[in-house]
Design a binder for this molecule. Structure first.
Ligand code: ATP
Ligand code: MG
Length: 352
């Protein structure tokens, strides 16, 4: 592969700081493996409301339809004028392009203080349905109020969506340490999360080389703190996956380290786990590692899909450079250091 086309959507808050940092790092890594990075700026978030009258304008959806790989910053929809707050921009994009798989690794990095020094797991979060009602394609908004004093939320679990996320999880386990934990709450949410668990266990029979166990989500929260090293791949529905991945990210050191990839069969979106962090935006102090790690996941995904070893090598060199810089003690404020976003990024570029 000689060139990669990447849609770049910086978004809100710290997005315009960390997204360009990740683009620079990706460009350098690809360059050094003989691949040219072509970026396409696509309007998104608060700036798109000003320029195009919507956080995700039609023109953005049209542009994304033509590009397989995207790097997307966080959105701060709480700060938008009320008419633009719902649906959330990320949800619009995930729904439009059926980005059903959300991969969220959490791994302790030498040189970074981690509550769980031996954590190294991958959360595989179903991203198209589940208990997050706004993502439930089949039932519209999924939340409603029959009277002003009663609010209801619909959870949706389907065999088809569970099966495809389970396949992602078992395939990922084959590339890792060969173990999957299915997280559910089938003692209470018997039909919905019970179906999720059962379908995952059915898929498990097609992967005799992968071991599998199941946990209730509440027990899982406790076990992640008690014995994090026991988990390899964790597969779960949307809401549980969102909560557990914030927990896993903090156990590994900081939310500012947590990378994430959203994918369908034919496209992928890199987007850090963290939000827009308006409390630190515009001060050049945000940790760019989560976004840099997300773009590395994106290149790795495309490398595997297209069989391009140069993309996989570029991802390896990004991860290696970040690990090297962190091990050297260069750290942003969230990790207890004093490096600015730009100084950290410069150190990563130098390490490559
Ligand atoms: P969302 O609802 O979009 O997930 P959130 O309410 O969970 O957002 P975040 O924006 O993720 O909140 O921020 C949570 C805390 O973590 C804030 O104090 C923020 O400053 C900090 N934080 C998040 N991302 C980073 C980062 N990349 N570097 C440093 N600190 C960060
Ligand atoms: Mg959050």
């Amino acid at each position: 592969m000689t060139s990669v086309r990447l849609a770049v959507l910086p978004g809100d808050g710290i997005g315009p700081e960390v997204v360009p940092a990740a683009v620079e790092v990706a460009r350098r890594a690809l360059d050094s493996h003989g691949v040219t990075l072509e970026t396409v700026d696509v309007p998104f978030g608060a700036s798109a409301i000003e320029s195009h009258g919507a956080p995700v304008p039609e023109s953005t959806l049209d542009a994304l339809a033509d590009i397989d790989l995207w790097l997307v910053g966080p959105h701060d929809s709480a700060s938008y004028p009320p008419a633009f707050r719902h649906p959330a921009p990320g949800a619009v994009m995930r729904k439009q392009f059926d980005l059903f798989a959300n991969l969220r690794p959490a791994r302790a990095i030498p040189g970074v203080h981690a509550t769980a020094a031996d954590i190294d797991l991958l959360i595989v979060r179903e991203n198209s349905e589940g208990l997050y009602a706004d993502r439930n394609m089949a039932v519209g908004s999924g939340e409603f109020m029959p009277t002003p004093d009663v609010a209801l939320s619909v959870g949706l679990i389907t065999r088809a969506a569970t099966e495809r996320i389970a396949v992602e999880a078992f395939e990922a386990a084959r590339r890792r340490r060969g173990h999957v934990t299915v997280v559910h709450k089938a003692n209470v949410l018997r039909l919905t999360t019970g179906l999720f668990r059962d379908v995952c266990l059915q898929v498990a029979t097609r992967y005799p080389d992968v071991t599998v166990d199941t946990e209730h989500v509440d027990a899982m929260a406790a076990l992640l703190v008690r014995r994090p090293a026991d988990f390899d791949v964790v597969v779960t529905e949307n809401l549980f996956g969102d909560i557990l991945s914030d927990l896993a990210a903090e156990l590994s050191g900081s939310l500012g380290l947590a990378a994430s990839l959203n994918s369908s069969a034919d496209r992928a979106m890199a987007q850090a786990v963290h939000g827009a962090a308006p409390d630190i935006a515009g001060r050049d102090v945000a940790n760019p590692v989560a976004t840099i790690g997300s773009v590395s996941m994106l290149l790795r995904w495309e490398g595997e899909r297209s069989g391009s070893e140069s993309l996989t090598a570029a991802a390896d060199s990004i991860d290696g450079a970040v690990a090297h810089v962190l091990a050297d003690g260069v750290a942003t404020a969230d990790l207890g250091g004093s490096a600015s976003t730009s100084a950290f990024t410069a150190a990563v570029l130098a390490a490559m």
